[in-house]
Design a protein around this ligand. Structure first.
Ligand SMILES: Nc1ncnc2c1ncn2[C@@H]1O[C@H](COP(=O)(O)OP(=O)(O)OP(=O)(O)O)[C@@H](O)[C@H]1O
Ligand SMILES: [Mg+2]
Length: 232
């Protein structure tokens, strides 16, 4: 479904990704792990079109989206939940969800029902300001908002950031269920518990390149991952 070949991207004079290859199959969750600064968020930004691709290609569903606009990618179903969640604290849960549906017009109850079935806590909190929610609830809201955009590929940049182990487990359950509903997932994660719970395939990123990849359970329990976290 997603096929990245020889991806080169960066910022001004800094090249961060130096020819990255990565693939995500339909209905699959792929996790990308790697040390701080390895280029994980840069990969997410290049995929959603927030930074320009300098070389290489990104194909999504057989379509070349290497240089497509951000909005064209969103319409094609490539939806990102950025680092740090970025829900709007002064807006209600319902208003935040409406923003996610904006791509398709105003949300109807028909859109909200399956979302609330997946995230029952958000139905209870629907009229609360997002800023009043716990960190875990805000992450669930960010996921729910992304689901309102009807993703075919969901890109998640460190959804466990700042969450308690209990909240991480809730987020893991939600992501696993989203995948079971047929959405492919690209999960950038430093939290091995979450990555292991969700992903079938894992990539280790080092210095802007894919060092290795394989079945998530093998890669995530391997010494290479321990090494890459230690910054070797
Ligand atoms: N907006 C930016 N402008 C310039 N350089 C940046 C920018 N964002 C990131 N970088 C640099 O690009 C490199 C890769 O950063 P990136 O954020 O992709 O790493 P990461 O793997 O997501 O790290 P982390 O685990 O800390 O989130 C780093 O050297 C970083 O300093
Ligand atoms: Mg990052």
């Amino acid at each position: 479904m997603l096929s990245i070949e020889g991806l080169v991207a960066g910022y001004d004079r800094l090249e961060v990704l130096h020819g990255l290859d990565l693939a995500v199959a339909a209905q699959q969750a792929v996790t990308v792990v790697g040390a701080n600064g390895a280029g994980k968020s840069t990969l997410c930004r290049a995929l959603s079109g927030l930074i320009k691709v300098r070389a290489g290609s990104i194909r999504f569903d057989g379509q070349d989206i290497t240089h497509a606009s951000t909005s064209a990618r969103v319409r094609a179903g490539v939806i990102q939940v950025p680092e740090g969640r970025q829900v709007f604290p002064q807006m209600t849960v319902l208003e935040n969800l409406a923003l996610g549906a904006f791509v398709h017009g105003a949300p109807r109850d028909a859109d909200l029902d399956p979302i609330f079935a997946l995230f029952p806590i958000l139905r209870e909190r629907r009229d609360k300001h997002a800023g009043m929610l716990s960190g875990g609830e805000q992450q669930l809201l960010a996921l729910a908002r992304a689901m309102m955009s009807r993703p075919r590929l969901l890109i998640l940049d460190e959804p466990s950031q700042g969450l308690s182990p209990k909240a991480v487990a809730l987020v893991a359950d939600a992501i696993a269920e989203i995948r079971r509903r047929g959405v492919a997932v690209l999960l950038v994660e430093q939290n091995l518990a979450l990555a292991t719970a969700v992903a079938q395939v894992a990539y280790v990123l080092e210095n802007g390149q894919s060092l290795t990849h394989g079945p998530a359970e093998d890669i995530l329990s391997g010494s290479l991952v321990a090494d890459s976290y230690l910054g070797h």
